[in-house]
Every structure is written in C-alpha cells, then in structure tokens.
Ligand binder design. Sequence first.
Ligand SMILES: *Cc1c(COP(=O)(O)O)cnc(C)c1O
Length: 339
Amino acid sequence: MIIDLRSDTVTKPTKGMLDAMLSAEVGDDVYKEDPSINALEKRLAKMFGVDEALFFPTGSMANQAALKLHTNPGEQVICDKYAHIYNYEGGGASFNSGISCKLIDGHRGMFTAKQAEEAINPPDFYHSPLTSLIAIENTTNKGGGACWDFDELKRIREVANKHNLGYHLDGARLWNAFIAKNENPKQYGELFDTISVCLSKGLGCPVGSVLLGKKELMKGALRVRKILGGGMRQVGYLAAAGLYALDNHIERLNEDHKKAKEIGDVLSKLSFIKTVEPIETNIVIFELNNNINEIDFLNQLKEKNILIIGMGSNKLRMVTHLDYDNNKHEILLDILNKL
Ligand SMILES: *Cc1c(COP(=O)(O)O)cnc(C)c1O
C-alpha cells in the first residue's frame, strides 16, 4: 500500500462518483447542449451569487482565461511572489496574455492592501507597464494552505476600486478556506470580479475547474476558452462528478484538516525537523535541519511507501486528501513517530 501525500490531486473517483458519472445525461457542450454541464455551471453561479460560470478542464486554463479577460498585452498583474499564476502555469501569463507580473514579497503567499496599492504603477507614467489586475490565491498553495483574513481581502477590493483594477481570486482550494474559516461562497462572489474554483483537488473529481464572474467580463470567456483549446464535447460526465462532489465532498474537508494538524504535531516533535509551518487546512510544510539531506529523507520515506514532495531549500510538503483514510493516517503517524 502506497501512502501518497504529494498532493490532493492524486485522488481517484469514489464508487458513488463513478456511478453518478455513468448515469450522466450528456450532449455537445460546444453547442451548449450538455445538460449536466449546464446544471453544474448554473449551480455554481447560484452558489456564489454571480451571473456566470464556465467549466474548464484545468485550473490553470481557468486562471489563464481570467488573466486574458482582465488585461491587454503589455499590462501588468499584481500578485504574490508565491502565486500559482506566476510560478506554476508555465509562463502562461506572458505566453497567452502578453502581460507581466509585479510580485509582492508577502507572507505565506498573502499580502496587505497597503502592499497592493504600493505595487500599482502610476497610470500616467508611460515608461512602466499599466497595472490592470490584482490576483490573489485562497488558500495559498506555496504558502502552505494559509487562509486570508477576509477583511484584508475587502480592503484590497477598495484599492482595486479606487484604481480601477480588476480583482481575480485563484480559488483552487477555496473550499478548504470555507471550511477552515467558516466562510461562504456568496461573500466571495460579491467581492471578486472573477473566481476560479477547482473540483479535482480536495473535492476528488478526476478533472475540472470552473470560472465564475460578472456578466461584463464573462461574456468573452467562452471565446477565450475556445482559443486556449478548451472547447469540449460530451463533458457532462465530468460535470456529474462535480455535482456529486459538491453534494458529498465539501463538509468532509474537515477531516483532511484534522489529519494535517495531527501530522504537524508529530513532525514538530522530531529532533531533525527545524520548523513546521502553521497548519490551517490540508497542507503541511516543514523544514529539515540543515544537516539532513532532503533527497535522502525523501528516499527514506519512499522505502516505507510514503510519497511526499520537496519544495526546495530543505522544505517538504505533505497534503491530506480524500484517499488518505484513517487507516493510512494511523500507519503514517506510527512510521513518523519511529523515525
Ligand atoms: C492546482 C492549482 C491550480 C490549477 O492547477 P491545474 O493543475 O491546472 O488544475 C491553480 N492555482 C492553485 C493555487 C493551485 O493549487
């Protein structure tokens, strides 16, 4: 048995989800005739209280489409130095939208409204790129699953309004923030111009993200998705997985969070571990003492059938998820305690 904690993307559809997929009603979504996709998009739009929702095969494509909808070539997006759109989307911001990123040196992937405002280039200073968008991530991936303070997000909204900037939320793990902070989709739908949410991370779907937003912006989304190669046909099989996940896999994220905290407690007692970052959701990031070699440590765990990932500079990451059950959890804690 392998205990795979590399990411919450390694989950496989449950029996219930597969049954829902097999009985999905489908049609050609390029003609907007797939009833299951239409139902999923409608449900998410309603859930977040926004005008429009559009299904995407991946979170990266949903984010990339959002960047394109908010910007023109040559312009600039403000984001944290840890941002997924900057670090992990293959340079898509420049490739697809011809824009640059102004990086904020934040804390655990989060920054303040003051930092955001200071990062804006003066619009009449034509030597520098025109700032047109602020993008944030909740929870933060590279920041270790940290959750934003909602009041700070509101203050950033005010900055965006004052300077006439768009405001995008990369919500790949927004569900985890809802559960950890007892927040709800409507408060986010109200605050942001566009939001991407992922169905295949904590929620356990094989594929799928959804971009949500206001009508004025989203009217171009279908064309942008098509240009990015994201026109899909009988994709309702995937929508059925999404609908099933919304019904069955949100509340249970609590369990992932609890397990992550318990892993953190054990790790923090191990003498060769320097620090464990605060654990708010399902991501555990910890740093080994300088005299411990990261690759050796990863291999040592691998020999015990435990997979985790290195994040560079002696930092390692574990992510709990739907397929990491109580049995695996007990085995893992036992092995860690004996290291
Ligand atoms: C996983 C992730 C995405 C999207 O990733 P895909 O693999 O393209 O679905 C976007 N943002 C964050 C913060 C993520 O963790």
